[in-house]
Structures are given as structure tokens and as C-alpha cells.
Design a protein around this ligand. Structure first.
Ligand code: UD1
Length: 360
């Protein structure tokens, strides 16, 4: 069976890695092509993940780079089409909810190639998020939908998607986490020299709704400045956020609010394991903290991963100085919440995905 995997942005890499590895273990059944759209291209947003996740180098890189949504999506579509026609896969496998996911799904379906979507069925019900549009449309088109939770299955059923296309396989990102946790532990000693704190808050923020508006970003930075005089804050910074902080002149004044370059997978995982609290607007980090049992505040009004609130350690918080500061102070003082692992977050999701392909 010929498989064409599409990755493009940072959160795709940890989802594709276990599936590519598992298919490699069954190399009689699968011939694989790995295509990188180049949506993320900075070494710290891309190459470091290929190195640390043991991902093979992409066979094809479309090198699209950054641009408006329309420009980026259109560029990916135009550059993907000839590769698809040349390789003629039995399945195009797309991951997550980034622009690369939707762009390659659209091209494939118009040329009558079958699409399988890994991490299908997540819904924030907030259509102002570009990712929500990418998820809704990809799921309508895909012929095979691999879901991480029962909620995701219900979302798809409600949208009229036939359940015989849907396979509840669990959370593939947790496969990567379990696989690399021992290596991340080894990185901790190196990191402890760089960030010599007993107790710290780890922050990541990059959603347009948080970082693109000067007033909102100013509120967030003010909350982080305040809390950093109590507990140091480590803030590995996404290029989009860095640009905005510079543009709006919001550089931190307190040296305990530490902005660093984006980190690789192992360093970031090690920092999560030892954090007193994580503040984020990422999707995947809500899941990783739930798995690790680390308190997490998500600076958003909705989440497409409600299981992280129901069973895990996650809590939504408004992106205002007051709400963030209150929530951070409360979480830092509270004993750790009891939490449990969502079903099928067991490290065997990729094996279940591969079995579905093998069973035809
Ligand atoms: C994208 C995904 C988002 C995901 C995030 C993870 C979409 C719609 N969004 O958002 O779901 O959570 O990736 O990081 O697909 N940039 C660089 N170097 C890079 C990549 C980006 O400097 O390697 C800068 C550019 O200024 C670019 C900006 O970051 O304009 C945004 O990049 P883009 O890929 O458009 O969206 P993200 O915000 O990264």
C-alpha cells in the first residue's frame, strides 16, 4: 500500500512520527513518502523535531513558508498537486488541524485520492479559529477518520459523517510522549543549569486571538510580569509572538520573566514534567499536561479537547490580567487536583491506526 504522509507545522511532527515508525515495522505492507509543506521552516520550529523524534528527512519539501492564510493554503495546494499525481498513493494521511492539513486534503479529494485524517473529530465550536475551519472541512472530505476520544466520534456523527469511516484509536501524540519521556528526563540535568529554578511556571502562547491584538497581549504580559516576581516564568516564544511583542513594545522588564527561543521536543517535555504550572493556548500541551498530571491553565474561552478538563488537569481562563493572575495564584497555592488518564492514551494508538489500514 502506498502512503503519502503530509506534515507542515510543529504540532504535526509528533503525531506523524509514531505512525511512520509503526508502518516501517510492517514494511512489506507499506511504502511511504513523507512530504513537508514547509509551513514551518525555522530550524527550531521544524528540523529539531525531525532530529529528536527520529523522523526520516522529508522525501519532498514544498518550502511554502509564511504568508496570509489564502496565500499559504493556495501555495501548498499548487505545489502539492504534481507530487500527488506523480506518487499516486493509495492513501494521503493528514494530521491535526493546520493549514497544510486542509490544503492537501482539498487537492487530494479533487483528484480522487483517498484521505485519512489522524486526530479527527475535535471541535472547539468556535468558527473564528482557523483550526476549527480546517478540522470541519477536512473531516467532511476524509474517507478514514482516526479519532482520539468518544466525544470526537459524537461530533462527527452529529455532522452526518458515516460512522463506518470512523475509528476510535486514541491519542497518537501520547505515543510520542511515552516513547520519549525517558530521553526527556536525561535532558533535565542540562536544562537545570540553564533554568536553575526550584519552582517555575512554563508559558507558551501563539494563538492570533491572544497575541495579535495589542490590548490582549498587553494584559497577558502584565499578568506574567506580576506573577514572575513571585515565581519565575519560562516563556519559550513562538516566532509570531516574538514579532508581536516587539511590534507592540511589550518586552518584559522583570528578569524573572524569561523569554527564550522556541525549544525542541525533549527540552519542552522535560520543562513540563518539572513545572509547578503550565500556562498555554496550544492544543497539544493541554493533553501533555493532562498525561503528566501537571496543572494547566489554557488562556482561551473554548477548547476542542474537553476531556482534558473533565478528566485531566486543564482549566480555561480568560486572557485578562486579572483573570490570569487570579487563576495562576490559585493554582500555585492549591494542592494538585486529582486527575485520571483518558481512555486509550496508552502509547499504542499508532499500532491501532496501522491495523485499520492493514484490514483494508
Ligand atoms: C500554526 C497552526 C496552528 C498551530 C501552530 C503551532 C494554522 C492555521 N495554524 O500556527 O494551528 O498551533 O502552527 O506552532 O495552520 N514563523 C516563523 N518561522 C516558522 C514558522 C512561522 O518565523 O518556521 C512566523 C511567521 O512570521 C509566520 C508566523 O510565524 O507568519 C505564523 O506562522 P503560521 O504557520 O502561519 O501559523 P502559526 O501561528 O505557527
Amino acid at each position: 500500500m502506498r502512503i503519502l504522509h503530509v506534515v507542515g507545522a510543529r504540532p504535526n511532527f509528533m503525531k506523524a512520527a509514531p505512525i511512520i515508525r509503526e508502518m516501517d515495522h510492517h514494511s512489506n505492507d507499506f511504502q511511504q513518502l513523507l512530504l513537508h509543506t514547509g509551513q514551518h521552516y525555522a530550524p527550531k520550529m521544524s528540523q529539531v523535531f525531525f532530529d529528536e523524534l527520529d523522523l526520516p528527512q522529508p522525501d519532498v519539501n514544498l518550502e511554502v513558508g509564511s504568508g496570509s492564510h489564502a496565500w499559504q493554503t493556495a501555495q501548498i495546494m499548487m505545489r502539492f498537486e504534481p507530487v500527488l499525481l506523480d506518487y499516486k498513493p493509495d492513501w494521503v494521511v493528514v494530521y491535526g488541524d493546520v493549514n497544510s492539513t486542509l490544503a492537501c486534503t482539498l487537492v487530494s479529494s479533487k483528484l480522487d485520492f483517498q484521505v485519512a485524517h489522524v486526530e479527527a473529530g475535535l471541535r472547539s465550536f468556535d468558527r473564528s479559529m482557523p483550526e476549527e475551519i480546517n478540522r470541519l472541512l477536512t473531516d467532511q472530505i476524509a474517507g478514514l477518520l482516526f479519532t482520539p476520544s468518544e466525544e470526537a466520534d459524537s461530533n462527527l456523527e452529529r455532522e452526518g459523517i458515516k460512522l463506518n469511516k470512523v475509528h476510535l484509536v486514541g491519542n497518537v501524540m501520547i505515543d510520542t510522549l511515552i516513547h520519549l519521556l525517558p530521553k526527556a528526563h536525561l535532558n533535565w540535568f542540562k536544562l537545570a543549569n540553564r533554568f536553575p529554578y526550584e519552582r517555575y511556571i512554563l508559558v507558551t502562547l501563539h494563538r492570533p486571538s491572544n497575541v495579535d491584538h495589542p490590548a490582549t497581549l498587553a494584559e497577558i504580559m502584565s499578568a506574567l510580569e506580576s506573577i514572575s516576581s513571585e515565581v519565575p516564568v519560562i516563556f519559550p516564544i513562538h516566532p509570531r509572538t516574538k514579532e508581536r511583542i516587539n511590534e507592540f513594545s511589550l518586552q518584559p522588564k522583570n528578569p524573572q520573566l524569561l523569554l527564550s527561543d522556541p525549544l525542541g521536543y525533549l527540552d519542552f517535555l522535560a520543562l513540563q514534567v518539572h513545572a509547578a504550572l503550565v500556562v498555554t493556548d496550544s492544543g497539544g500541551i493541554q493533553e501533555e499536561t493532562t498525561y503528566l498530571g501537571i496543572p494547566c491553565l489554557t488562556a482561551r474561552t473554548t477548547t476542542e479537547r474537553p476531556v482534558t478538563i473533565k478528566l485531566g488537569t486543564n482549566q480555561l481562563v480568560e486572557s485578562t490580567t486579572e483573570a490570569l493572575l487570579n487563576a495562576m495564584q490559585t493554582k500555585l497555592r492549591a494542592p494538585k487536583d486529582p486527575h485520571s488518564l483518558p481512555p486509550l492514551w496508552d502509547g499504542h494508538t499508532a499500532a491501532r491506526v496501522v491495523k485499520v489500514f492493514q484490514q483494508g
